[in-house]
Write a protein that binds this ligand. Structure first.
Ligand code: AMP
Ligand code: MG
Length: 491
């Protein structure tokens, strides 16, 4: 007799078991009429899951929270967080559950997590629900980031619940299944430090070291080495965001991972015209989380992590503070190193040279002054390397003379093997990013029941570096006159 394939491989629960005092076992509310909206078949295969079984009624029941997968113990995770600078000691999974962990086909442990699965003891005033639009945004932007080579959590599926969610209007409800290296956040450590004792912080740190930064375990000072590893991962991550014009939008400490993956695509967006003070979130009035502020905010968040780890960082409080301070002060230099390495790749420069910092800064200043579209202009520079600067020059309009002077200096730095350099540039300068207006259009259509624009956009964004005929509309910014783009907190 043949046995029907299970939708998911066996789930483990190391987190729930080893850190039982940081979770609350809980059940999903369940959906009355679940429908699969989108399934990530590639990711399913990577997890060792069976896409066909996931799309079957039994699989959809798991993805909707109607059925607990075999052997799983779903839990809500506790965490705290600094939100817009203020401390909230009790956040936690208010509308989400950790189903468990799978070992993927590469042997990596990955969390499976439901978002929008109903109220939990951490829900405070919230309804525990999520709407189709924001969950599809998380799906598509996560896939775009992954295709751009940026570490990120990813969505396995979005299921419509068949129920309405009350927001400014009534919206169709959804549950997203998120896959992450883990859901450990800076805020998880803040929770342990605020509510637990030194032993709890240490157990959490040991778990995080084993799972994400195992080299730290062998260091003379494992917890300092761990802090340093998280600082490095975030310095690199934020540089990668900025190189593609990504603005996270809500870089609270509960939305910053220990693994170095991007998490929580709420009010995020991509720059069109380059402007470092661009902030997208309608609730971020002060521009705290603007494009150019992201390194400073990451450093600030990491100092909250250091604060939570302090009892582990030295024999005395003073020694711990001094050691942590040293690591935190090195953040800007680490970030700058990652940023400049990325800029060199974008500009086809093989090696660092004196004056690079100024060369890069001057290009961005010109882009800002002349409101140049970041993505298409960087892409056009590879044609410049091939001998045709027309498209790039066109972008600068009245700034042409200054651009020509800059380009002459830049091209003098580019090596002889121009054809090869141009190809390498095309591998790091995307043609297609999730243009805000296209994402909005796709989500609005999906909310109204038509998934075709969402599917088309997803397909384009899965191959961001490959210019394809017929996709010109996906490669250009919103038509002028659309006004500044605003996103709303994706709840
Ligand atoms: P976020 O802004 O999505 O990162 O969430 C911040 C906090 O609010 C987390 O503790 C979430 O679990 C909680 N939260 C967000 N939306 C809801 C909701 N609709 N119901 C319950 N809790 C929520
Ligand atoms: Mg969050």
């Amino acid at each position: 007799m043949s046995v029907a394939a299970r939708p998911l491989p066996a789930l483990e629960s190391t987190y729930a078991t080893e850190l039982a005092d940081l979770v609350t076992p809980w059940k999903a509310a369940g959906a009355s009429d679940p429908t699969l909206l989108v399934l990530n078949e590639e990711l399913a295969a990577e997890l060792g899951a069976d896409p066909e079984a996931l799309a079957s009624p039994e699989g959809v029941a798991v993805l909707a929270g109607n059925r607990v997968p075999e052997g799983a113990t779903p839990v809500a995770q506790a965490y705290a967080g600094h939100q817009f600078g203020g401390f909230s000691p009790r956040l936690g999974d208010g509308r989400a559950l950790l189903l468990g962990e799978v070992l993927d086909v590469h042997g990596q442990r990955r969390d499976l997590h439901l978002k929008g699965s109903g109220r939990t003891p951490y829900a405070r005033g919230g309804d525990g629900k999520a709407a189709v639009g924001p969950m599809l945004r998380e799906f598509v932007v996560g896939e775009a980031m992954h295709a751009l080579g940026i570490p990120t959590t990813r969505a396995l599926a979005v299921v419509a619940t068949g129920e309405a969610v009350v927001r400014e209007t009534l919206l169709p409800g959804a549950v997203l299944t998120r896959v992450a290296a883990s859901h450990l956040r800076v805020g998880t450590f803040e929770w342990a430090a605020a509510h637990g004792d030194r032993a709890q912080v240490q157990r959490l740190a040991d778990y995080a070291i084993a799972r994400h930064h195992p080299a730290a375990a062998a260091a003379d000072e494992p917890y300092l080495a761990f802090l340093e590893a998280v600082i490095e991962a975030q310095a690199e991550l934020v540089a990668r965001w900025m190189l593609v014009g990504f603005v996270h939008g809500v870089m609270n400490t509960d939305n910053m991972t220990i693994s170095g993956e991007t998490i929580d695509y709420g009010p995020c967006a991509f720059l069109d015209a380059f402007d470092p003070v661009t902030a997208f979130s309608s609730i971020d009035h002060a521009g705290r989380y603007a494009w150019g502020n992201q390194p400073a905010i990451a450093q600030w968040n990491l100092s909250r992590l250091a604060g939570a780890l302090l009892p582990l960082l030295g024999p005395t409080q003073d020694a711990a503070v001094t050691a942590a301070q040293q690591l935190l002060e090195a953040f800007p230099a680490r970030h700058q190193r990652a940023w400049e390495a990325g800029m060199r790749a974008k500009l086809g420069l093989a090696e660092a040279a004196p004056g690079d910092t100024e060369l890069f800064a001057e290009l961005l200043t010109l882009m800002h002054e002349h409101e140049v579209d970041l993505t298409s202009t960087f892409r056009a520079l590879s044609d410049g390397v091939r001998g045709d600067l027309t498209a790039a020059r066109l972008a600068f309009g009245p700034g042409l003379e200054a651009f020509d002077a800059w380009a002459a200096r830049w091209l003098a730095r580019v090596g002889e093997d121009r054809a090869e350099v141009a190809v390498a540039m095309d591998r790091v300068n995307p043609v297609y990013i999730p243009r805000n207006h296209l994402v909005e259009e796709a989500l609005a259509s999906a909310t109204a029941g038509d998934l075709a624009p969402f599917g088309a956009l997803l397909e384009v964004l899965r191959h961001p570096f490959e210019e394809r005929p017929g996709l010109e509309a996906y490669a250009v910014p919103a038509p002028a006159g659309d006004g500044p783009y605003r996103t709303f907190c994706g709840t």
